[in-house]
Ligand binder design. Sequence first.
Ligand SMILES: Cc1ncc(COP(=O)(O)O)c(C=O)c1O
Length: 379
Amino acid sequence: MPEAVSTASHLMNNYGVRTVEMVRGEGVYLFDSNGKQYLDYVAGIAVCSLGHAHPAITKTISDQAATLIHCSNYYEIPQQKSLSSKLAALSGLDKAFFCNSGTEANEAAIKLARKYAASKGEEQRVEIVSLPNAFHGRTLGSLSITPKAAYQAGYQPLLPGAHTPGNLTDVPSAITEKTAACFVEIIQGEGGVRPVDEAMLRAIDARCKEVGALLVVDEVQTGVGRTGDFYAYSAIGITPDIVTMAKGLGAGVPIGAVLAREEVAAAWTPGSHGSTFGGNPLATSVANTVVDIVSAPSFLEHVRDTGRYLEEALRQIGTEVTGRGLMWGFTVDNAKEYVANALQKGVLLSAVGESRVRLVPSLILEKKHVDELVERLSR
Ligand SMILES: Cc1ncc(COP(=O)(O)O)c(C=O)c1O
């Protein structure tokens, strides 16, 4: 590229000013263009489930790139078949659809829920209910069930029928015969790493079943071993009709998934929905590798064990420490400032909201990296 052409000035400003340029990763470390090393507790926002440059992922990508990256969904893709059967076995759901991101997975789930209602002749059942403090993505449908004024501002009118009660306790009564689906997260990641009250989740599940609405569990951030279970909902005792996934599933290669009960999935017939890139051989071969590694009981035990150690350490650092597995948040006075200071000390953290600091490191994190976190932050 000619010297005079500035890349930065041609990027849109939606991410604001970024001060650090990342060029390389290795395990739980990232390196910037000045060669500075960072301990990575962001992991691409809960995406790099196996850290950076994991040999099994590198090998899968390079083998698959040398074989077939993409061919379109006109043709059968064997990696989709194996991935869907693995995810079905892990979730207890029956069918999968693959897309490229979390918001696309939720968008597809909104469409599937409405289509299912329509297929049963329930034309009035169009409402989508979500929880206060939820985050489901940035495309218009997912944004409509993400009740954050700053994200929604200027994009009205949003999806008709999207509805978020102001209080969590009002959610069950907001679910009615007009509700196609209620979306829940088990731990609200963008909402500050706040676990949703488990009794309330069970009440919402029961209410959905009572009125014939679908329960959609958004496992985009909590799924793929993040909480120490392959799916966070499995520890709660609820039975989703649909589960959405993305982030950690591709370990950095974009992929999203929607899983559904057979009867719900049957509402989609050829042409009902689609994606050019969704589930291509590259993405699904990587996801197969990720799922094989992460679903191993010993791997999940490692996440739980390291997570407990991290939790203990965080209790010495901050207040209101909440989370599970390797997904934690704590409270500080000024989260942005705290994260900026940590960056100087060689630790990558993210701020969610004004006062919450989030840690979603890669799942290969070890206890020595927790000790290193404490040591670096105390510098
Ligand atoms: C729970 C949840 N759902 C959906 C999304 C959107 O995912 P994506 O950014 O891949 O569209 C996110 C992203 O942070 C998320 O945390």
